[in-house]
Write a protein that binds this ligand. Structure first.
Ligand code: LCS
Length: 394
């Protein structure tokens, strides 16, 4: 990895993870190979023993994948990254690495639906107990801690309610309980929030979203702070096998170069769209961290360098009115996922968060009328005009 430690964040987006390669390309080549030749049998044996550095087999590590991992680790101010086949593979790897039978995890209730389901089904089956809490309430986190709590897991801003947790304070609570503090930083990206600097032990992302940014990759990444944790996580990922491939890593690395620019545009446009929605007579409520009406507006101002690309709102008339808007938009695409250059709109209760069940959904504030908008980098006037026309159909 080239020396990027002292560069500013935008420069790191362009240069981190880029090394020196044969023929002098300025971007890492795609090493599209499943396996690597050993020079001799002794060399192969030494690589397996860890006595020599080198690549063995792409599930274990691949140079194109490692270049992308190093780039994101640099952006998060971490030690090393681990590329995964999806965001859920990253979530699964973290839980598998940190939790054992009889352990307890405190998890924020506003999280991506399948994270809830993974804990409630797979990990419950292996004897891991979960307490879901409103992570914007520090007392709720504190009260949920038990003798056997090993992990405090927070997504902030939460998907889709945009509830915000105070990371520094939550880290203190986790560490007082000797628990690992894990943050899903998908919604903000390291351009806007750096959880490791605020006390998190492990950060993860769905690469599918802002880090790749172009809606053409499914991937995930975990960033850790030290070599021992890295080795432990690498072993688990190697054994469970949920790795990312070289071509998708190349695409993510390419996307990272414009991360700063994209996050700036997402944030500026989202502020305008959120303010416009809040003033619209057919809108019941709007949630965006850059609006004074957001319950954690002050924390957002302190914790984020800008407020990101995600907005939620409810149309007056509830779900059927929201449905009319989703069916009428033309520029905004009616699709799940988020964080790409194109604006996407969807309905969490029947789509991304359907699997978690009505009870926990409602407790987390994911009402049936809630609509989620991922604001893209199109002209903001066009996004607003699209929403305005769709609202005329209500
Ligand atoms: N973490 C967060 C915060 C997410 O939003 C998602 C996916 C994941 C993890 C899992 O990542 P994946 O496996 O999909 O790469 N969120 C999605 C969403 O809100 N709509 O579609 C996917």
């Amino acid at each position: 990895m080239s020396e990027v430690k002292n560069l500013g964040f935008d420069s790191k987006c362009v240069h981190s993870g880029v090394g020196d390669y044969e023929y002098g390309p300025v971007v890492p080549p795609i090493y599209q190979t499943s396996t690597f030749k050993f020079e001799t049998a002794q060399h192969g044996g030494a690589l397996f023993k860890g006595e020599q550095k080198g690549y063995i087999y792409t599930r274990m590590l691949n140079p194109t994948v490692e270049a992308m991992e190093d780039a994101i680790a640099a952006l998060e101010n971490g030690h090393k990254g681990l590329g995964c086949g999806s965001g859920m593979a990253a979530v699964h790897t973290v839980f598998a690495a940190l939790l054992s039978v009889g352990d307890h995890i405190v998890c924020s209730e506003a999280v991506y639906g399948p994270t809830v389901t993974l804990l409630k089904t797979v990990f419950a089956k292996f004897g891991v107990e979960t307490t879901f809490v409103d992570a914007s309430n520090l007392d709720a986190i504190k009260n949920a801690i038990k003798q056997n709590t090993k992990v405090v897991y927070i997504e902030t801003p939460g998907n889709p309610t945009l509830a915000i947790a105070d990371l520094e304070a939550a880290a203190k609570i986790a560490h007082e309980a000797n628990a690992q503090f894990v943050v899903d930083n998908t919604f903000m990206s390291p351009a806007l929030q750096k959880p490791l600097d605020l006390g998190a032990d492990v950060v993860l992302h769905s690469l599918t979203k802002f880090l790749n940014g172009h809606a053409d990759v499914v991937g995930g990444v975990i960033i850790v702070k030290d070599e021992d944790t890295y080795k432990h996580f690498r072993k688990i990922l190697n054994q469970t096998g949920g790795v990312i491939d070289p071509f998708n890593s190349f695409l993510v690395h390419r996307g990272l170069k414009t991360l700063s620019l994209r996050m700036e545009r997402h944030s500026v446009s989202s502020q305008k769209v959120a303010e416009w929605l809040e003033a619209h007579p057919k809108i019941e409520w709007v949630r965006y961290p850059g609006l004074k009406s957001h319950p954690q507006y002050e924390i957002a101002k302190r914790q984020h360098t800008a407020q990101g690309g995600m907005i939620t709102f409810e149309v007056k008339g509830g779900f059927s009115a929201g449905e009319a808007v989703m069916n009428s938009v033309k520029l905004c695409q009616l699709a799940v996922s988020l964080g790409g250059v194109e604006s996407l709109i969807q309905h969490p209760a029947s789509m991304t968060h359907a699997s978690m069940g009505k009870e926990i959904r409602e407790e987390a504030g994911i009402t049936d009328g809630l609509i989620r908008l991922s604001v893209g980098i199109e002209n903001v006037e066009d996004i607003i005009a699209d929403l305005e026309k769709a609202l005329e159909e209500v």
